[in-house]
Design a protein around this ligand. Structure first.
Ligand code: TZP
Ligand code: MG
Length: 204
């Protein structure tokens, strides 16, 4: 995977949408996102067959548009959908376990502070998700704001590992995250809640 593939990384689950998730993804793809993560999680999230069914449709859209399709957390769903990759947090399935079962898949890992970074098997992952960059209301259990400075710290420690900033990113602050050294920005609500998705994606 080229680091540039992570440049405009759209993350979404049905719980983030107040209209049809498929049409939101279609608009975002048309506007130029470079990567997509299906993150069906939190209050109001679908489960079971409904989660699979939406995931399957989103997966198809990404395949047709040649957009990388990553699944959050759910290794079984990742496998069932033949996703391009899986993104995990610190308390999810271990990276070691996933890597041994899927030697060639893309694995992303979230790191929020130095302790997490020091304890993470960074050599086994394809990219790091770092945040929260700014205040976010999307993730109720988000760690304290780390800011773009955190990107600099991670990049200094692992210059060769692609880094994506996440948390409260929108058109007005995305450049700050990139200037701190990020390879990309991951965005949920700025896109899902946009009145004009195309304008927001392009502005980012
Ligand atoms: N991880 C850290 S912050 C966050 C996640 C999943 C939520 C990002 O959502 P938003 O709406 O872009 O702030
Ligand atoms: Mg997780």
């Amino acid at each position: 995977m080229k680091a540039s593939t992570l440049r405009k990384y759209f993350v979404m689950g049905s719980q983030n949408c107040n209209k049809d998730p498929l049409s939101i993804l279609d608009e975002a793809i048309k506007a130029g996102i470079t990567c997509f993560q299906y993150r069906e999680k939190g209050e109001g999230a679908l489960t079971g067959g409904a989660k699979y069914s939406l995931g399957h449709k989103l997966r198809q859209r990404c395949a047709e548009a040649d957009i990388l399709f990553i699944v959050n957390d759910d290794v079984e769903l990742f496998d069932a959908l033949k996703a391009d990759g899986i993104h995990v947090g610190q308390s999810d399935r271990s990276v070691k376990e996933i890597r041994s079962k899927y030697p060639d898949t893309i694995i992303g890992l979230s790191v929020s502070d130095r302790t997490e970074l020091e304890q993470s098997p960074v050599h086994l992952v394809d990219y790091l998700g770092v945040g929260p960059m700014y205040r976010t209301i999307t993730k109720k259990d988000a760690n304290p704001v780390a800011g773009p400075e955190w990107v600099k710290v991670v990049k200094k420690a692992f210059p060769e590992v692609p880094v994506v900033g996440i948390g409260g990113i929108h058109p007005e602050n995305a450049a700050e995250v990139m200037e701190a050294g990020a390879d990309g920005v991951a965005v949920i609500s700025a896109i899902t809640h946009a009145a004009d998705i195309s304008a927001v994606v392009q502005a980012i």
